[in-house]
Ligand binder design. Structure first.
Ligand code: 13P
Ligand code: SF4
Length: 309
C-alpha cells in the first residue's frame, strides 16, 4: 500500500504545480520554515519578492509583508495563509491620520517603517525596515524635517544612532516587543551571567540599554552565529529559535517572556499553519487584492528603499 502524502509533501507538490515560491518570516512555526524557499527578515523577504519570476508567492508572514510582495508583483498571485495575520504597528497608524499630518506639514519627509498598511505606504516618501532604518534616515538631506512612523522605540533608536534632531516620531508600538520588561531581562542576565544580550529595536529603551547588540531579526541571528559566546538572551519573537539553532548549533538561547501572555510569540504570525498554507496553494485563496492606484503610489517609496544599499 502506498502511504498517503504528508502535509509537507502535498505542499511541495502544489508548489511545483502552481510555479509558486514559499517565503517565510523567521517568526513562523518551524514546520513552515522547514519547507520555505526563503526565510528572512522583512527586508530580505521584500528583496526576494522583488526578484521572483514564477506565478504565485505564498507569503508566510503577516499581511503588510504580503502586501509589499503584491505591490512588487502586481501581475502575480500573492497568497497569505490567514488574512487576519495583522500587526499592532499597522493598526496604530491609520492612513487618514498620515494624510492629515501631510496637510499640516507639507515640508516633512515621511519615512515609514515597512510595518504599515499599503495605504500608509502610498502616502509615504520612503520606507525602511529595522535593518536599514538608520541608512534610510541618513539618505535624507539633513535640513529636511522628518516624520518617522509608526514605531516609537525604533524611531527613538534611529534618532540616537543618526543624531538626527529634526525628526518627529509616531507613537505606535509592537504588542510583543514593546511589552518585554527590562526587569525580567535584568533577572535573566543575573541567572545567565555569561550570556550576551541581543535585542530587536522595537523593544523599549530600558531593554535596548542592556543589549550587547541591537538589530533586525536576521541581523540578530547572524550576530549570534559570529560570537564566541555560548549563551544568548534574545529579546525578540521566539520563532527565531529555529534559525538561531540552525546557524549556531550547540549554543544556548534564552527568551524573556512578556507579562501579558508569559510568552514571546506574535499572535498574528502564529495564525499561519501548514494546513492553511496547503489550502491557499490549492485554491489560491485568500489572495492579496489591492487597487491599482494604491499599488502605483506605494511602489515608489518601496523601490526607493530597495535602492538604498
Ligand atoms: P524584521 O524586519 O526584523 O523582520 O522585523 C519585522 C517585525 O515585524 C518585527 O516584529
Ligand atoms: Fe507586528 Fe509586533 Fe507581530 Fe512584528 S511582532 S508582526 S511588529 S505585532
Amino acid at each position: 500500500m502506498v502511504a498517503a502524502p504528508t502535509l509537507a509533501e502535498e505542499i511541495l507538490q502544489l508548489k511545483a504545480r502552481r510555479r509558486a515560491v514559499i517565503l517565510a518570516h523567521h517568526y513562523q512555526e518551524p514546520e513552515i520554515q522547514e519547507i520555505a524557499d526563503s526565510i528572512g527578515d522583512s527586508l530580505e523577504l521584500a528583496r526576494a519578492a522583488q526578484k521572483f519570476e514564477g506565478d504565485v508567492i505564498a507569503f508566510c508572514g503577516v499581511r503588510f509583508m504580503a502586501e509589499t510582495a503584491k505591490v512588487l508583483n502586481p501581475q502575480r498571485t500573492v497568497t497569505l495563509p490567514d488574512l487576519n495575520a495583522g500587526c499592532s504597528l499597522v493598526d496604530s497608524c491609520p492612513a487618514e491620520a498620515v494624510r492629515a499630518f501631510r496637510r499640516r506639514h507639507p515640508g516633512h519627509v515621511i519615512v515609514s517603517y515597512i510595518n504599515t498598511s499599503v495605504e500608509v505606504k502610498a502616502e509615504s516618501d520612503i520606507l525602511c525596515t529595522s535593518r536599514n532604518a538608520a541608512a534610510i534616515v541618513n539618505s535624507i538631506p539633513p535640513e529636511k524635517p522628518i516624520l518617522f512612523l509608526p514605531d516609537i522605540n525604533l524611531g527613538n533608536f534611529v534618532k540616537k544612532q543618526t543624531g538626527r534632531q529634526n525628526m518627529q516620531i509616531w507613537q505606535g508600538a509592537c504588542i510583543v516587543h514593546a511589552t518585554f520588561p527590562g526587569r525580567r531581562l535584568a533577572a535573566a542576565r543575573a541567572e545567565h551571567p555569561g550570556a550576551l544580550v541581543a535585542a530587536h529595536p522595537e523593544c523599549p529603551g530600558e531593554v535596548l540599554r542592556m543589549a550587547d547588540f541591537i538589530g533586525s531579526t536576521s541581523a540578530i541571528i547572524d550576530w549570534c552565529a559570529k560570537q564566541s559566546a555560548e549563551e544568548f538572551i534574545v529579546m525578540t519573537e521566539s520563532g527565531v529559535r529555529y534559525s538561531l539553532e540552525k546557524q549556531s548549533p550547540g549554543k544556548r538561547f534564552y527568551f524573556v517572556a512578556n507579562e501579558n501572555c508569559n510568552c514571546s510569540e506574535c499572535p498574528y504570525m502564529k495564525l499561519n499553519t501548514l494546513e492553511k498554507l496547503r489550502d491557499c496553494l490549492e485554491t489560491l485563496r485568500p489572495s492579496i487584492e489591492l487597487p491599482p492606484d494604491i499599488i502605483e503610489r506605494a511602489r515608489v517609496p518601496i523601490e526607493r528603499m530597495l535602492a538604498v544599499r
